[in-house]
Design a protein around this ligand. Structure first.
Ligand code: GTP
Ligand code: MG
Length: 464
């Protein structure tokens, strides 16, 4: 990310393509000056912050380009912290490009991806956790991920990290004091107090780390992978869950060759569901590649669903497949139950347990791709299998960057605690605690380098 705060930047902030209106954002010391060049009527008005002005946009030959509403935000009272003008014009790609060209002719520069948010960060309007939450909010497609991002944007998680950073600074200051002043007979804080305090910080970091699993699922969705032998109804179930005919279904075993993915929302949570090629030994080259892909996909699942045909006498082959792929969480979808009236869940569970004794009854679901009501039932079971995602009242980490830094801080504190307990030299303890502190500061962006900036802002779209 380029640091060029002396330049005034502009970009279209609404999505590309045509629309009722488009918004062009201009930020920097010359935002108003630039706007006045293309909307000369502004020069005759008394411009106040947070007020909108209807103006004609004119080119250098005074030809009218569009009629637009310009909103002015004075320096210090805008998203970026700089002087900002937002131009709401008609949403034609010609008009937006023309207005951008005029602004650039007038001395503005085209913004980079995420540069408005980057400026907000550089001007201390946001910390790095909040900047990441802006991106999450734009990306959010379901209720809970939007709520989570909003809570992070209002500083909920930042406050937790700030408290940890301040507590760790306190510990470090006392340890460093013992290095600097040991020879002057200064009252040094008791070693046990330091151990307790450091251990408490570590426990709080651990809690935040544990929230990452929920945070990630809330933000990115729960990845569900349907696997099983050919023809058991995986594609039919995918279509049922997505409520559209995304995957091809036929009675021919080996129909699906590639991974087919789609998303559905249930009770505010996104489920990203993959249908895969039926698993079997095959000499068909294309199918074999499909089978390999199925296995790769299964390994990425948050929740693996083994689909079984209720009419199949022997599930031995299915369980050989399952044992090869199983992760931490699984469901067993016993499909085509419409064709086997009378068979109970308990009987099926018993049969399943003959292959794998530790299968729990709640992970066994009788389904039928022909039964539209099965969709909600299965999604309910998926939700229970994943466990509570109702973490919103607590601070939740949802970015891999935050998690990795928290983990490193945790590990460094672990080493310092060992040194403290061994009564090692304060220099050693301080060295590791400093590493932990640095990691917490990186989370908030109090310490940063190009790599961190690139990682956070490269995901952004233009105009944000
Ligand atoms: N009666 C009944 N038929 C089903 C059900 N689910 C799937 N079928 C039928 O079973 C056949 C195979 O279904 P698919 O969904 O293509 O099976 P698949 O597991 O995706 O098969 P592959 O792609 O070959 O691995 C089709 O003829 C479906 O109509 C069900 O619940 N009940
Ligand atoms: Mg299929």
């Amino acid at each position: 990310m380029r640091i060029r705060s002396d330049e005034t930047i502009c970009a279209v902030s609404t999505p590309p393509g045509k629309g009722g209106i488009a918004v062009i954002r201009v930020s920097g010391a010359k935002a108003l000056e630039g706007a006045k060049k293309i909307a000369p009527a502004l020069t005759k008005k008394k411009i106040e912050s947070h007020k909108a002005y209807f103006c004609e946009i004119l080119d250098s030959k005074n030809s009218k380009i569009d009629e637009a509403v310009l909103t002015y935000f004075q320096e210090g009272k805008s998203f970026t912290g700089e002087e900002v003008v937002e131009i709401s014009c008609h949403g034609s790609t010609y008009i937006t490009q023309k207005i951008l060209d005029l602004l650039i002719e007038g001395g503005c520069s085209l913004a980079d991806r995420g540069e408005f948010t980057f400026r907000a960060f550089m001007n201390n309007r946001l910390d790095l956790v909040q900047a990441e939450s802006v991106l999450s909010l734009i990306d959010s497609q379901n209720e809970l991920s939007a709520k989570l991002a909003l809570r992070q944007l209002d500083g909920h998680i930042s406050k937790q990290f700030l408290k940890l950073e301040s507590d760790l600074t306190w510990c470090l200051a006392h340890i460093e004091a013992s290095i600097d002043f040991s020879s002057e007979g200064l009252d040094i804080i008791d070693n046990q107090v330091l151990i307790d305090k450091t251990a408490q910080i570590q426990a709080e970091i651990k809690k935040l780390m544990e929230s990452y699993q929920s945070g990630r699922l809330l933000k990115d969705g729960v990845k569900v992978v349907l696997v099983g032998e050919p023809n058991v109804g995986k594609s039919s179930l995918l279509n049922l869950f997505l409520q559209n005919d995304k995957a091809i279904v036929t009675e021919i075993a080996g129909t699906t060759r590639d991974v087919i993915e789609g998303a559905t929302i249930h009770q505010g949570v996104k489920y990203v569901i993959s249908d895969t090629a039926g698993l079997r030994d095959t000499t068909d080259q294309v199918e074999r590649i499909g089978v390999d892909r199925s296995k790769q996909e299964a390994l990425k699942a948050d929740l693996l669903c083994l689909v079984l045909d209720i009419n199949q006498k022997d599930w031995k082959k299915s369980f050989e497949i399952y044992n090869e792929l199983k992760g931490s969480k699984s469901l067993f979808l016993i499909n085509k139950s419409d064709t086997a009236a009378g068979l109970t869940s308990a009987e099926i569970t018993k049969k399943l347990q003959s292959y794998l004794p530790d299968i729990k009854p709640e992970s066994v679901i009788l389904t039928s791709a022909l039964d539209t009501q099965a969709r909600t039932r299965v999604l309910e079971c998926m939700s229970s299998a994943i466990g509570s995602l109702d973490y919103l009242e607590e601070a939740v980490i949802s970015s891999a960057r935050q998690f990795e830094n928290a983990k490193y801080a945790y590990e460094m504190i672990e080493v310092s605690l060992n040194e403290l307990q061994k009564n090692s030299g304060a220099e050693f303890v301080a060295m590791y605690l400093k590493e932990a502190l640095l990691s917490l500061q990186k989370i908030l962006g109090q310490v940063y380098d190009d790599q961190i900036m690139d990682r956070v802002f490269k995901e952004f779209c233009l105009g944000k």
